[in-house]
Design a protein around this ligand. Structure first.
Ligand code: SME
Length: 160
């Protein structure tokens, strides 16, 4: 799996080129992950807007548009600013079901400059789809996403 993520990281850097707009970068990242990672049915971003997360660039079926920080897997990862891996969503007490097909989930917070920008969310129709290795590789990719993004513009947009 490591070599898959290494290849994806190289593809992403090539796709991004010198583009600094966060939404452009995030949109292509969601598409690349959705089409290249096996057994995923949704990949996307929720961005922080005050005390809520709002739906951002994604691939997959339509999803819930706003999640209060602290609620669901996404809101919990945002509040605690840590990656959350859920092998079986049926055993996550405050799970927000956007799709009945989803059985496991991985959520990674987007943090930089001491600021929470949002989360990256991946869903799978398979139980236990995501491993600690997926989490570590995706944390590295989100770091790259934010590193060259125009974060000042993003902070201004959401008044962060
Ligand atoms: N299941 C998530 C909601 C977002 S969807 O999976 C796209 C949650 O519990 O936060």
């Amino acid at each position: 799996m490591t070599s898959l993520y290494e290849a994806l990281a190289a593809d992403l850097e090539e796709l991004w080129g010198g583009e600094r707009d966060f939404f452009v970068r995030a949109a292509n990242m969601a598409a690349l992950l959705f089409w290249h990672l096996p057994e995923v049915n949704w990949v996307g971003f929720y961005l922080r807007d005050g005390e809520e997360l709002v739906l951002g660039p994604f691939q997959g079926k339509p999803a819930c548009q706003r999640i209060p920080i602290g609620r669901g897997v996404c809101g919990r990862a945002a509040r605690e600013q840590r990656t959350i891996l859920v092998p079986d969503v049926r055993s996550f007490p405050d799970y927000i079901a956007c799709s009945p097909e989803t059985l496991s989930e991985l959520v990674i917070p987007l943090c930089a400059d001491g600021c929470l920008y949002g989360v990256l969310d991946l869903d799978s129709p398979c139980l236990g789809r995501f491993t600690a290795e997926d989490a570590a590789a995706l944390e590295r990719l989100t770091h790259r996403l934010l590193l060259a993004a125009d974060r000042a513009r993003l902070r201004q947009y959401y008044r962060l």
